[in-house]
Design a protein around this ligand. Structure first.
Ligand code: ADP
Ligand code: MG
Length: 295
């Protein structure tokens, strides 16, 4: 039979917007020693906006946005919505919608639009596609040095230009990290698929202890396993499809439920149903109090 304290703990969690999927998860949560956090959509709102439009020589802003937005019409990534919004704001009609879009996790997309091949993603995707970045790589480096997320756009193997995007950090992110530290969690790690410089900017603003950038979904999983190999009981917090493997391998997977993807919510052991990061330290606190009552 399930101890009364556990039932009460799950009920209290539910009232505070935490969906705890079983009593065993409260007991494990009480033993957590390290927290791993996704960046985009977890520490940040995950609703970036385009800040820089840098077309290659001989290409117009409109042409760059036209192809990029048509390709992104088939993607569910937060960056895709930002690119489409930028095109709409600029009064640019996209080249129809994409006929086919293949996501390349952690890197971008490869789309077919009107029979043409459009690649939208990071510099590593260009390399993988065998496309010469040329002068656009200098623009990419400059925008990225300013702390922004960059995506390069190529049409039939020729670079059209670079877009810079900025996301906003959640107002309660720094407070959450402070509370985790105060509760004795000394290892708070940010895991992101984004570039190093962007990751650093968010790390400095939130006070996380460690940062790992350029991670693919399987790298996030490996990072959680490395913490476990060091003896940590790990809680992983994420919102995206790219976080699901890490959420599954963590001792406790926590999904940002309000804005998170269905896959993340399904994979997690605890879903935070409100748009409130402070629910994470609150969940650790609730778990510890619940287990203490049982002893
Ligand atoms: P995070 O781990 O921070 O949530 P992702 O793994 O989802 O980030 O994405 C990593 C990087 O891959 C992005 O910063 C971007 O450069 C590129 N990328 C992924 N999806 C897209 C897309 N639909 N359009 C453009 N770029 C993308
Ligand atoms: Mg994310």
């Amino acid at each position: 039979s399930i101890p009364v304290a556990i039932v009460a703990g799950i009920g209290r969690g539910a009232r505070e917007g935490m969906l705890i999927k079983g009593g065993e998860f409260l007991e494990t949560t009480a033993r957590v020693t390290a927290v791993a956090l996704d960046k985009t959509g977890t520490l940040t709102h995950g609703t970036p906006a385009v800040t820089d439009v840098r077309p290659a020589a001989g290409v117009t802003d409109a042409e760059l946005l036209r192809w990029a937005s048509a390709a992104e019409s088939g993607s569910e990534h937060p960056l895709a919505a930002a690119v489409i919004a930028a095109a709409t704001d600029a009064g640019v009609a996209p080249h129809g919608v994409a006929d086919d879009v293949a996501p390349v996790p952690g890197h971008g997309i490869v789309a077919t639009v009107q029979g043409r091949r459009v690649v939208v993603g990071n510099a590593a995707l260009l390399v993988a596609e065998g496309i010469d970045g040329g002068a656009a790589l200098a623009d990419e480096a400059e925008v990225s040095a300013a702390g922004r997320t960059t995506v390069v756009v190529a049409l039939d193997g020729v670079v059209l230009g670079v877009l810079g995007l900025a996301d906003t950090i959640r107002p309660d992110a720094a407070e959450m990290v402070t509370r985790l530290h105060a509760s004795g969690i000394r290892t708070v790690v940010m895991l992101t698929g984004d570039a190093e410089r962007v990751a650093r900017t968010v790390a400095d603003a939130t006070g996380v202890d460690q940062v790992e950038a350029h991670l693919l979904p399987e790298d996030k999983l490996a990072a959680v396993q490395r913490l476990q190999a060091q003896g940590h009981v790990v809680a992983m917090v994420g919102d995206g499809v790219n976080d699901a493997p890490a959420l599954a391998v963590a001792d406790i997977g926590v999904a940002m439920g309000a804005a998170g993807t269905a896959v993340a919510v399904e994979t997690a052991d605890i879903a935070l149903m409100r748009d409130d990061l402070l629910a994470l330290p609150a969940a650790l606190d609730l778990a510890r109090r619940t287990v203490r009552v049982m002893r």
